[in-house]
Write a protein that binds this ligand. Sequence first.
Ligand code: F0G
Length: 348
Amino acid sequence: MIRRYRSFLPVSDDTPVVSLNEGGTPLIETPEIVSALGGDFQLFVKYEGLNPTASFKDRGMTLAVSKAVERGARIVVCASTGNTSASAAAYAARAGMRCLVLIPEGKIAFGKMAQALIHGALTLEVRGNFDDALEIVRELGKRDDIEVVNSINPYRIQGQKTASFEVCDSLGEAPDMHFLPVGNAGNITAYWMGYKEYRDAGNCSKLPRMMGWQAEGAAPIVRGTPIESPETVASAIRIGNPSSWEHAVNAASESSGAIDMVSDEEILDAQRMLARTAGIFVEPASAAGIAGIVKCHTGGGIPNGSTVVVTVTGHGLKDPDVAVENSRAESIIVDADMDSVLVAIGLD
Ligand code: F0G
C-alpha cells in the first residue's frame, strides 16, 4: 500500500517498509441492500475486514511501524478496543519489535484478544476503559524508545487516508456521500484528508459529504460532551473522549455532512441485514455505518441518484460471541442417519 501511494505519503527511499500487503480491499456494489430499503441510489461497501489483520487499522499501522523502525524505536505501544492492538501486534512481529498493548478489561472481542496474544504482544488488561488506557499510553510515549501507534500518531492517519484514494480509483470519481463508524475519530479524519488531497491532485473532481456514526451509549461528539462510562455492544467504538474530536467535527462541517448516532438495536439489525442480504459479515462497530444509511434514508437524507460508499471497518469473525447471539438462529443436533436429517429439515 505504501508503494502504491508513495507520492502521497511521508516516506523516503530510506524508509524500511514493513508491510503485510494491506489495502487493495474490494469495493462491493450492493443493490440488494438498496432494494431492501426501497431506495434509489447506488451503494458500495468498502470491505476493510479483508485487510491482513481483518480491519482498516493495517493501513495506518504499516506506515506507523515503518516510521518507528526508521527512527530506531524499539517498542510499539497502543491503547485499544481491540483492532489497533491486533494490528500493532502483527506489524511489530513483522518488524521484529516488541509490542505492548493496553486494553479495557473484559471489553474486547474474543478474536481480537486471540490476535494480540498469538502475535506475542505483551497484553495488559486495564481496569478501566479505552480512554483511561490511552491516557497511560500518552505518558509512556514520552520515552524515546517507545512509539505510540494509536491514531494520535500522525502516520496512522496518513496511512489510513489511502482508503479514500482506492474508493476514487475504483469509482473513477469521489462518491456523493461517505458513511463510516466513528470511535476515536481517526478514520473519518483520514478519509476527509485523503479525499481533499486526491481532489487537489486532480484525481477526482468533487468531495463527498462525510457521514460519521457513533453508538448511542458512546456518542460524545453527537452529545457535545465526553462520556465518562461509554457503553455499547459495538465494543470497538466504546469510546467516551475521542482524540480526533475536532478533526471529525471539521470533516463533517466542511463537507456538509454530519456526525450522528444509532442505537445498539439498530446496529445489530444492520449487522444481520448486511450478512443476510449482501453476504457481507462485519463486526458490530462496522455495522454502525450501515445502520446510519438505514436511518439517513428513512429520514429522506439520501437524495435519489446519489453514489454512496460505506466503509465496513472490521471483519465479523472478530466478534463471534455477538454474531452467534445476533444471528437469532441455532444449529440443530441430529443423529448421523438420513431419517433424523429429514425430520430435522421437515421432509419426513
Ligand atoms: N470500526 C472498528 C472496527 C474499529 O476498531 C474502530 C476503532 C472504529 C470503527 C472507529 O474508528 O477510532 O478511527 O474513529 N478502533 C480503535 C481500536 C479505537 O483501538 O481498535 P476511529
